[in-house]
Design a protein around this ligand. Structure first.
Ligand SMILES: CC(C)(COP(=O)(O)OP(=O)(O)OC[C@H]1O[C@@H](n2cnc3c(N)ncnc32)[C@H](O)[C@@H]1OP(=O)(O)O)[C@@H](O)C(=O)NCCC(=O)NCCS
Length: 169
């Protein structure tokens, strides 16, 4: 019974966003995407990755939006957005693009879709954390209007610092 509720929750949220021919399709994650989603996390974040249990929780149970970028039937990008009850700001918790599909606009497409979706849902602000040395992600976030408001010392497992970025919607 518990499982049934979880499955229906993810089904309810399923939606495709429009995409042009040959471009990745950004859509809500489906239950069948879970194993590809886990594989992508492992490829992109090796050391700093979430455990499978954490990913299962984020994917199926947390008050979250999970978006995937699908290209030629494969999941090539993903984003987890965390939402909280009665709080008007959202948090982008994870963003990944497969290493062989980078620099092709997929990260930007995922971000554009997320910002549009959150605005549509009435959120006023969105935040995220990014490694101080992660130039690629920082460039993308700055390009999309995020600005740093603080540094989080020792934020990562390896002791690395992160920047906390915010953007109004
Ligand atoms: C960060 C990441 C999601 C970007 O995805 P992507 O699909 O390659 O990015 P896009 O092609 O949409 O690029 C959008 C912008 O990001 C910036 N960018 C992306 N890759 C970059 C790189 N290697 N070096 C510098 N800037 C880069 C650029 O500003 C780029 O705009 P431009 O093409 O007009 O120059 C991807 O590199 C990734 O998955 N990295 C590993 C996981 C990660 O670090 N996630 C973020 C955690 S906070």
């Amino acid at each position: 019974m518990k499982n049934f509720k979880v499955l229906s929750k993810r089904k309810e949220k399923f939606k495709n966003f429009s995409s042009k021919q040959g471009e990745p399709q950004i859509r809500h994650a489906k239950i069948e995407d879970f194993s590809s989603f886990v594989s992508l996390e492992k490829i992109c974040f090796k050391e700093e990755t979430f455990s499978k249990k954490q990913l299962k929780y984020l994917f199926f149970r947390a008050k979250s939006i999970v978006l995937v970028a699908a290209l030629e039937g494969e999941v090539v990008g993903s984003m987890i957005i965390l939402l909280r009850e009665r709080v008007s700001y959202a948090r982008i918790y994870s963003l990944n693009v497969h290493p062989q599909r980078r620099r092709a606009g997929i990260g930007r497409l995922l971000m554009d879709t997320a910002l549009e979706l959150l605005k549509e849902k009435g959120f006023g602000k969105v935040s995220l954390e990014v490694g101080v040395n992660n130039r690629a992600a920082q460039n993308l976030y700055r390009q999309k209007g995020f600005a740093a408001d603080k540094t989080l010392r020792g934020y990562y497992k390896d002791g690395g610092d992160a920047l906390h970025l915010v953007r109004k919607l």
